[in-house]
Ligand binder design. Structure first.
Ligand code: PAF
Length: 281
């Protein structure tokens, strides 16, 4: 695996490969890799000649300084893991390479980034969209791979690709879960053993909501049940539970199958913020 921290040599290296007609897949990450990330790398490696992984903890997408400070950083372990999953190139830039000057560009996605994550994490999606655009411009991949757990992020990146005419195929890869249903996430590493035991409450809330909708319960009723389930555990708090159109993320009041509805949930286990989602297919 080739490792680059600077943009210019990475671009030169990829240019030669592209001239040879090689296809390039990109897996953008912030590191602290887990098996969920590894499935993205495996998908890319099976569909492209070259897989590029990026590891960069992007400060401008954190609206909470404590979250940025505590975000797990495990670059040595990550590098070893990437060697095992068909990653050919790792891009691990320092801050000054991605943001030589303080960035002032803001990207607004209208309604798409004012709801759910966007509502509770102002500026988050602008920061994501900016760093992903930079990565797309630097690496110019044919395909890029993201996790379904961050569904709203995926919808935003789809919009970004459409609006800015990036010629990139996007893939959303199904969320991997622990045996008790907890969605794999880098933030899980911050949970204490006691917190970890209850961290699947969000998944259980989603399952309960699915049953509730199947029984024809109205959204408010379902949301109350989810809140009771989550907040039945000391230290667990529900931030939001929403039902949305999975394409444009418009919030739905009831299940409309034609909109391929998705249930999205976010909350805290003490100070660790977790998100999850589930389609209502
Ligand atoms: O999903 C993530 O890990 C990040 O939001 C991403 C896409 C790598 C941008 O920093």
């Amino acid at each position: 695996m080739e490792i680059f921290s600077q943009i210019a040599p990475l671009k030169a290296f990829l240019k030669d490969l592209k001239c040879e007609g090689k296809s390039v897949g990109l897996v953008p990450t912030m590191g602290a890799l887990h098996d969920g990330h590894l499935t993205l790398f495996k998908a890319s490696a099976s569909q492209n000649d070259i897989t590029v992984g990026s590891i960069f903890v992007n400060p401008i997408q954190f609206n909470n300084p404590n979250d940025l400070l505590k975000y797990p950083r495990t670059i040595e372990k990550d590098t070893k893991l990437l060697e095992t999953v068909g990653c050919n190139v790792l891009f691990h830039p320092p801050m000054g390479e991605m943001y030589p000057e303080e960035s002032t560009v803001k990207i607004d996605f209208g309604r798409l980034d004012k709801t759910m994550e966007g509502k509770y994490r102002p500026g988050h999606f602008s920061g994501v969209a900016l760093v992903v655009s930079k990565l797309f411009n630097i690496i110019q991949p044919d395909q890029a791979y993201f996790g379904q757990k961050d569904w709203q992020q995926f919808a935003i990146i789809q919009k970004l690709v459409e609006e800015l005419n990036f010629k990139i195929n996007l893939h959303s890869i199904t969320t991997l879960r622990e045996a008790d249903g907890l969605a794999l996430s880098s933030r899980n590493q911050r949970l204490t053993p006691e917190q970890r035991k209850i961290a699947n409450v969000f998944y259980r809330g989603l399952l309960e909501a699915k049953t509730g909708f199947r029984e024809g319960l109205p959204l408010d009723h379902v949301r109350n049940k989810v809140r009771q389930t989550v907040e039945g555990y000391p230290g667990a708090k529900l931030e939001y539970f929403e039902l949305a159109d999975s394409k444009n993320l418009n919030l739905l009041e009831y299940v409309e199958q034609s909109r391929r509805p998705i249930m999205c949930i976010a909350g805290y286990i003490e100070e660790v913020r977790l998100i999850d989602n589930m389609f209502l297919d």
